[in-house]
Design a protein around this ligand. Structure first.
Ligand code: NAD
Ligand code: IPM
Ligand code: MN
Length: 358
């Protein structure tokens, strides 16, 4: 069989520092379990490219990436030189939409050896999956400005919730919850204040719930849901949320589990009509870029999710995934540690330590 084709896009800032460590771990696991991978490294989809070309990507980006089996992505954004809406709508958000990666799966887990900022919590108390809608909702370019620059200035920003788009992400979340031991699904809402889209979102969840009587559904307004992420994290198993709510939850959850430097994500087109994209939850971190101190584990764990997805959660890909996660567990328990975890090890040292254990 032909090798899996993977586009490696480091992007900007610490994306360029963690990407090589993700690659190192993935290559090592692939070698060990006999998975054939073929990487194409891509320099565009970065603010460096934008500075030279006035655009984030070449015109034929979709042809170049469309034939890939997966995209392994660092982070994009360099707000000092390119406005964030330009760099992100010109790259990552385009991938998510054009490749119909409508599920953004973001695991949250407290590891043994990682100091938890929540008092009295131990591994096992935080272990849940965020399923974030990834192609519509609050993330749109729809709207406009009237009376710009005057005191009468009005800005309108529309949200979009389609039945197709909502039902498919809910279905993914219900299926996922049904496949887990606890069979518990939290549905994030805000139907008290956001008076059109959110009551409707709830009604789609109620409709979907009829097909999953074995899944316990817990609907929560996003405000108290964030409080419970902090106060009662053991309550959560699978959490499904709209695009913006899911974005917020997926920085909060990892922060409560010690650091956002561990959090991975899988931007999935579950039907495999287009490549899926695997990336850390975090961004390009301009504040620490250039010092080789970023935690590479979010990138490495994302690589594990990629190998698992490529083989459909079976065989060599699953074994490679499990070996990478076990190596991460060992390093987090025994060190070395990057500064976000209270240590003084470098990005490279951590990457090498994980790879050596695979
Ligand atoms: P950020 O995630 O880049 O950084 C937030 C904070 O977390 C910073 O203090 C940073 O140093 C720290 N941090 C992040 N990753 C870390 C790691 N691996 N190890 C240790 N510390 C880490 O968020 P931001 O500052 O809001 O955004 C910076 C830029 O990144 C912006 O341009 C933003 O739009 C972009 N961004 C991109 C993505 C992406 O590509 N998926 C995600 C988030 C933000
Ligand atoms: C993320 C990021 C992106 C998002 C930004 C960079 C557009 O925060 O992947 O969580 O909001 O989706
Ligand atoms: Mn985010």
């Amino acid at each position: 069989s032909r090798p899996y084709r993977i586009a490696l896009i480091p992007g900007d800032g610490i994306g360029k520092e963690v990407a090589p460590e993700g690659l190192r771990a993935v290559r090592r696991a692939a070698e060990r379990f006999g998975l054939a991978l073929e990487f194409t490294e891509i320099e565009w989809a970065s603010c460096d490219y934008y500075r030279q070309h006035g655009t984030m990507m070449p015109d034929d980006w979709k042809e170049q990436l469309g034939g890939m089996d997966a995209i392994f992505f660092g982070a994009v954004g360099w707000p000092a030189t390119v406005p964030d809406n330009v760099s992100l709508w010109g790259s990552l958000l385009k991938f998510r939409r054009e490749f119909d990666q409508y599920v953004n799966l973001r695991p949250v887990r407290l590891f043994d050896g990682v100091p938890c900022p929540l008092a009295g919590r131990k591994p096992g108390d935080l272990d849940y999956l965020i399923v974030r809608e990834n192609t519509e909702g609050e993330y749109t370019n729809l709207g406009g400005t009237m009376f710009a620059g005057t005191e009468r200035e009005i800005v309108i920003q529309e949200s979009v919730f389609s039945r197709h788009g909502t039902d498919r992400v809910l279905k993914f979340a219900f299926e996922l919850a049904a496949s887990r031991a606890r069979r518990h699904l939290t549905v994030a809402t805000k139907s008290n204040g956001v008076a059109i889209s959110m009551p409707w979102w709830d009604s789609r969840a109620d409709e979907m719930a009829k097909a999953y009587p074995q899944v316990a559904v817990d609907k929560q307004h996003i405000d108290i849901l964030t409080a419970r992420f902090v106060l009662q994290p053991q309550r959560f198993d699978v959490v499904v949320a709209s695009n913006l709510f899911g974005d917020i939850l997926s920085d909060l959850g990892p922060a409560t589990a010690g650091t956002i430097g561990l959090a991975p994500s899988a931007n999935l087109n579950p039907e495999r009509r287009f490549p899926s994209l695997f990336e850390p939850v975090h961004g390009s971190a301009p504040d620490i870029y250039g010092r080789n101190i970023a935690n590479p584990i979010a990138m490495i764990w994302s690589g594990a999710l990629m190998l698992d997805f490529l083989t459909g959660g079976e065989g060599a890909g699953r074994a490679a995934h499990d070996a990478i996660v076990r190596a991460i567990e060992t390093v987090l328990r025994e060190g070395p540690r990057t500064p976000d975890l209270g240590g003084s090890a470098s990005t490279t040292e951590l990457g090498e330590a994980v790879a050596a254990l695979i």
